[in-house]
Write a protein that binds this ligand. Structure first.
Ligand SMILES: Cc1cc2nc3c(=O)[nH]c(=O)nc-3n(C[C@H](O)[C@H](O)[C@H](O)COP(=O)(O)OP(=O)(O)OC[C@H]3O[C@@H](n4cnc5c(N)ncnc54)[C@H](O)[C@@H]3O)c2cc1C
Length: 406
């Protein structure tokens, strides 16, 4: 197992923001300023923010990673993408989760596994925000272990007929097309991935209400009752559904990691604001050593999370430029897993400390740290629960022979 060498050599990482990145980040910043007041209102009123999509679409941000030949694809590199996702994360995990699911988890799964015909059909509208994508893997009894899913398909008259249930699916009620993972009926191998049109007869989406956290984001349960899918909408080779799912999750994890850096950044800014503004008995909150301890820890974690995330993006960039084997792909996977694991934990910790600095005021939904606190609880669960990622990271050092279950 390589631990150094050209591919993962980080000595020549350079994260100085280029002119091109600065221009893009200005556009992202402008869009984020438009999103903020709407997000504030939606959060307190427990409404899904349906303006994030058109705002990001108008700013040409919904196809950042997609090659330029598809619609509004911008073809940026992973480091630039991570910087943009981080800025969006400052608006909250709701917008960050939307951005990551649509532009990384789903679009990049299509880029990697789609046929040329599928890419030409699905990517242009997705990059323009005319068609939103969702990733339907989790089921009521299949989360951390996607291989245990029970959604199934059979083949009839040259079509696939899908039945089953998916739950906790981001954008499930918003999406026009959903990637659905299913086994051949009666089997526990040969998983396939399908691009399912949400308008198909037998497909129903139901929004999950009264969630703790991610209140502005659509999370839904999907019901598939004999849904017909044509042969052209099988994504990736037959029987390779699990590989499709795992590669998608790797893409999504980088988006989540970057979004969490943004959340941590916002908690840090809010904590500083409270520390420097509020005073009690002539003493500023930030003059208390206990508060300084919170700020010192969050400041350090913010930098560490950002560096791990940019490093992961850099390693991925290297892979896209030069990589061609499975071992190198595993290095990318491990770097991204570490970034998601650390950045999500850091965001939860920063939100916790931020609410403690605000104290009573940090119990209100109008308080940004309080909102991040509820949201960040989700970031340590989705795109791989952190307990699972911890094991994955350990096995990256110990080797797969140490796997307890396979
Ligand atoms: C807001 C939100 C949005 C989501 N969006 C999507 C989406 O767009 N698409 C999608 O497919 N899914 C989505 N999910 C689902 C998410 O990916 C799953 O919740 C996650 O994979 C964990 O699965 P689970 O909830 O079934 O927990 P389980 O897997 O049942 O885990 C329960 C507990 O057991 C632990 N555990 C399980 N297995 C092991 C193990 N082998 N070793 C150690 N500990 C273990 C877990 O860490 C956890 O503490 C979303 C979830 C949320 C909350």
């Amino acid at each position: 197992m390589p631990t150094e060498g050209e591919f993962i050599n980080i000595s020549n990482m350079n994260f100085d923001v280029t002119d091109g990145q600065a221009t893009l980040l200005e556009r992202v910043d402008k869009a984020c300023k438009e999103i903020r007041p709407i997000e504030d209102e939606c959060y307190t009123r427990d409404l899904v923010n349906d303006q994030t999509i058109p705002i990001l679409a108008r700013a040409h941000l919904l196809g950042l990673l997609v090659p330029k030949r598809y619609g509004d694809g911008q073809g940026v590199d992973p480091v630039t993408y991570a910087l943009a996702a981080e800025r969006i994360g400052q608006e909250g995990l709701g917008p960050a989760a939307f951005f990551s699911v649509h532009t990384a988890l789903c679009q990049m799964t299509l880029v990697r596994w789609g046929t040329e015909e599928q890419k030409a059909r699905f990517l242009p509208p997705a990059t323009r925000g005319d068609s939103i994508l969702a990733f339907g893997l989790t089921e009521p009894n299949a989360g951390s272990d996607p291989a245990s899913l029970t959604t199934s398909f059979e083949e009839k008259d040259g079509k696939f007929i899908l039945s089953g249930q998916k739950t906790w699916i981001s954008l499930g009620s918003t999406a026009k097309s959903v990637l659905i993972f299913a086994y051949p009926r009666g089997k526990k191998e040969g998983m396939c991935t399908f691009l399912v049109d949400s308008k198909s007869p037998g497909f129903k989406a139901e929004r999950i209400k009264e969630k703790l956290g991610l209140r502005t984001s659509d999370t839904s349960t999907l019901y598939l009752d004999q849904v017909e899918v044509s042969r052209e909408d099988l994504l990736g080779p037959r029987g390779k559904g699990l590989s499709v799912a795992l590669s998608g999750l790797m893409e999504g994890r980088l988006g989540v990691a970057a979004g969490c850096v943004g959340v941590t950044h916002d908690c840090f800014n809010e904590s500083l604001r409270c520390a420097g503004l509020r005073s009690e008995n002539g003493k500023l909150v930030g003059e208390n050593q206990s508060v300084q301890r919170h700020i010192g820890l969050v400041s350090t974690n913010l930098e560490a999370a950002k560096l791990l995330t940019l490093r992961a993006a850099f390693v991925k960039q290297r892979y896209l430029e030069h990589g061609d084997d499975k071992e190198q792909r595993d290095d990318v996977d491990l770097a991204i897993t570490k970034a998601k694991y650390f950045a999500s934990n850091a965001s939860l910790d920063a939100a916790d400390r931020g609410t403690q600095i605000f104290n009573a005021a940090g119990r209100s939904l109008g308080n940004r740290c309080a909102r991040h606190f509820a949201d960040a609880r989700v970031s340590v669960i989705f795109e791989g629960a952190n307990e699972i990622l911890e094991q994955k990271i350990a096995l990256g050092s110990l080797g797969k022979t140490f796997e307890a279950y396979s």
